[in-house]
Write a protein of this length. Structure first.
Length: 673
């Protein structure tokens, strides 16, 4: 089935009607919200020209009996002509007190006629369409693209996006394509069509040179994303005696900085110029080192520079290890650790009181597990008593891992894009990813908010998500927290073993974090790096088809017959840290709402109500968190669950979203909003 979210029809319209009946009282209190929600396209206005609607004969109508009558706003011709109004804001991600530029229109999943779902980036183009009805169920759809200045038209494809051809594994094939701006085709069944568009990245060696015939420019597909990833460290740029440590939008380094392979905010631009940023390697005479088995290990440092750049080789031997105490008590402010280094011993940089910035690569760190305990190529213990260390930058050598976790790439991208827009950000584990149909929430809130489903995995501390989104909050934003009960989902100083799997798409997420909140940030990173040499990779601009523009899973999910049990006796391990982050959100004018994760009816039959209410009371004990749901409204029939206690079926996700939307509307009414 196609992903249908922008203009719901058929089964989804019936879901909306159920929803409107369920929350009639809330809608009455928020009549303005109801009026706004009656529009067809929550992210913009779609105009249709009735004079171009195809003619239907009675015989043709009879041939298609049994199908739902088409909406006149969906058949015929239409142009997405919405213009986005810039918003003046104060503050920006990272804490800078400057207005955020407008980021333009978003990713659209537009339903056309009875069968076609068109996926395109409305920030790069406008689309006109026409539907002509033929015999029986057949329809001829004509699409015309008009590209906005500078953006590239990469053609129409059917079945999958062009960029996804580079994916391996279970991806749907491309079954049709056209390189013409106007594309006509006949359909009689559900069909996904993609308007493939891209932007241009232009690289400047900036004192270095291009290597091995590498190009100084590349295109980045924007069919799924708003902001591009930059080129990883692949040897394209070289400069004798220097290390490439990142890119910048200005040659002198005063523009927007981004790591190698990191995602950079494009602000709706069709092209970006990126300049290589180089750091001169520290002279070999400033190090003491030992050699063994063809490698070098640094044992000491005698220099006095503010920036230390560890070279990839010393004395002709690759540097693979930094010994304990090698830089202890040194006065540098910044250190760049070469990508050849696989092990940094504990205490190697202890008591470096001036150290503020560490630059790493994801190329070589190791991890091992033995009965006596685990060891890591790099760990948090190497920076003991480095109280001023606030900035860890990681450069990419390996591209995006070709795994199911890669869907998370769109979450931070959408958050960056919506920085100056009013938004609802859903925080939770995979129960949130599989438990919402955000188009329903979008519709219920009248298209007033951008919906970002940041539900990822229960094996990641929720501190990460509060820490990330806090930088992007503005007045009127809502953080909806729906955690599955668990140590990590309720906030832990431990990152969790899935932490890095879901962040591979952009290591620059670290610049939004308070690093002091996490006890094993580097140890877990080392553990992750150890898996990369044997991983499969894909392009940063590819995306799973099982995820929509909100971040919801849209694969077909049906109950597997299992029944589950639930347990609520958990504590808030990192309550002070959580409270601090919630306070920062509310001080910026945002709200933090709590709703229970969806629970299976038979599994809850053996849970005492007092246990659930105590869990809710614990959550509400954090100042600023408001519980908006009755736990009994979060219990659903057994067949609403897919393959775990938290993963819902498609129908379950619809029912759950309707209920949560009702709860949000009621809370907004209570607050007079």
């Amino acid at each position: 089935m196609p992903i249908r979210n922008q203009k719901p029809s058929g089964r989804k319209r019936r879901a909306f009607m159920r929803f409107k009946k369920i929350c009639a009282f809330a809608m009455a209190m928020l009549m303005m919200v109801l009026l706004a929600s009656c529009g067809g396209n929550p992210s913009g206005t779609e105009t249709t020209d009735p004079s171009t609607v195809g003619t239907e004969t009675p015989e043709e109508t009879q041939d298609t009996a049994g199908t739902e009558p088409p909406d006149t706003g969906e058949t015929g011709s239409g142009t997405d002509t919405t213009e986005s109004e810039p918003q003046e804001t104060t503050g920006s991600p990272g804490g800078e007190d400057t207005p955020r530029p407008d980021t333009g229109l978003g990713i659209e999943y537009l339903e056309i006629g009875d069968y076609v779902t068109l996926v395109y980036n409305a920030g790069t183009c406008e689309v006109e369409y026409e539907v002509e009805r033929g015999l029986g169920s057949r329809q001829t759809v004509t699409l015309t693209a008009q590209m906005k200045d500078g953006f590239l038209f990469d053609g129409w494809t059917v079945g999958n996006a062009l960029v996804n051809e580079r994916y391996n594994g279970h991806r749907k094939p491309i079954t049709g394509r056209s390189d013409e701006l106007t594309y006509s085709f006949e359909v009689s069944s559900d069909t996904m069509v993609y308007l493939n568009s891209s932007m241009t990245l232009v690289y400047h060696a900036n004192g270095g040179t291009l290597s091995g015939g590498a190009s100084d420019r590349e295109t980045y597909s924007l069919v799924f994303y708003h902001n591009p990833n930059t080129r990883p460290e692949d040897g394209s740029f070289v400069r004798d005696g220097y290390t490439l440590v990142g890119y910048n939008t200005k040659a002198d380094g005063t523009g927007e900085a981004v790591s190698l392979g990191g995602r950079i905010q494009a602000f709706g631009a069709a092209s970006l110029d990126l300049y290589c940023m180089w750091e001169e390697n520290t002279p070999e005479t400033d190090f003491t080192y030992e050699t063994s088995s063809g490698t070098a290990a640094i044992t000491g440092y005698t220099g006095a520079s503010e920036t230390v750049v560890i070279p990839q080789s010393l004395g002709g031997y690759p540097v693979t290890r930094i010994e304990e105490g090698a830089f202890s008590g040194s006065g540098m402010k910044k250190v760049v650790i070469a990508q050849t280094v696989s092990t940094v011993a504990g205490g190697a940089f202890a008591r470096c009181e001036n150290l503020e910035t560490v630059v790493l690569f994801d190329a070589s760190f190791e991890a091992s597990y033995e009965w006596a305990g685990s060891s890591y190529g790099i760990s948090d213990e190497i920076f003991t008593d480095c109280d001023n260390l606030k900035d860890i930058r990681i450069n990419t050598v390996y591209a995006l891992t070709n795994t199911w976790q890669s869907y998370s790439a769109g979450n931070l991208d959408r958050l960056m894009w919506a920085a100056n827009k009013k938004k609802v950000i859903i925080i939770g584990g995979s129960g949130a990813h599989y438990g919402f149909e955000s188009g329903i929430l979008d519709e219920a809130l009248g298209g007033e908010y951008e919906i970002i489903n940041f539900g990822e995995n229960a094996n990641i501390t929720s501190l990460l998500y509060f820490d990330l989104v806090e930088d992007f909050i503005q007045e009127g934003d809502i953080v909806l927290w729906t955690p599955e009960p668990g140590e990590l989902t309720l906030g832990s100083t431990s990152c969790g073993y899935r932490f890095w799997d879901f962040r591979k798409s952009d290591y620059d997420f670290l610049k939004y974090l308070d690093l002091s909140l996490y006890s094993d940030l580097l140890s877990s990173f080392s553990n992750y790096c150890a898996t990369l040499p044997t991983s499969n990779f894909t392009s940063f601009d590819a995306q799973l088809q099982s995820v929509n523009q909100y971040g919801d899973d849209v694969s077909t999910r049906v109950w597997n017959g299992q029944r589950h049990s639930y347990y609520f006796n958990y504590s808030l391990e990192a309550e002070d840290a959580l409270a601090s982050l919630v306070s920062s959100i509310t001080e910026k004018g945002g709200s933090v709402y709590f709703s229970f994760a969806a629970m299976q009816r038979s599994g809850m039959a053996n849970v005492q109500e007092a246990e659930v209410l105590a869990f809710e009371e614990m959550i509400e004990s954090v100042p600023g968190i408001i519980s908006i749901s009755d736990y009994q409204d979060c219990i659903y029939d057994d067949d609403c669950f897919y393959d775990s206690a938290w993963h819902m079926t498609n129908e379950g996700a619809r029912e759950r979203t309707e209920q949560v939307a009702k709860d949000i509307l009621a809370q907004l009414a209570k607050e007079g909003k």
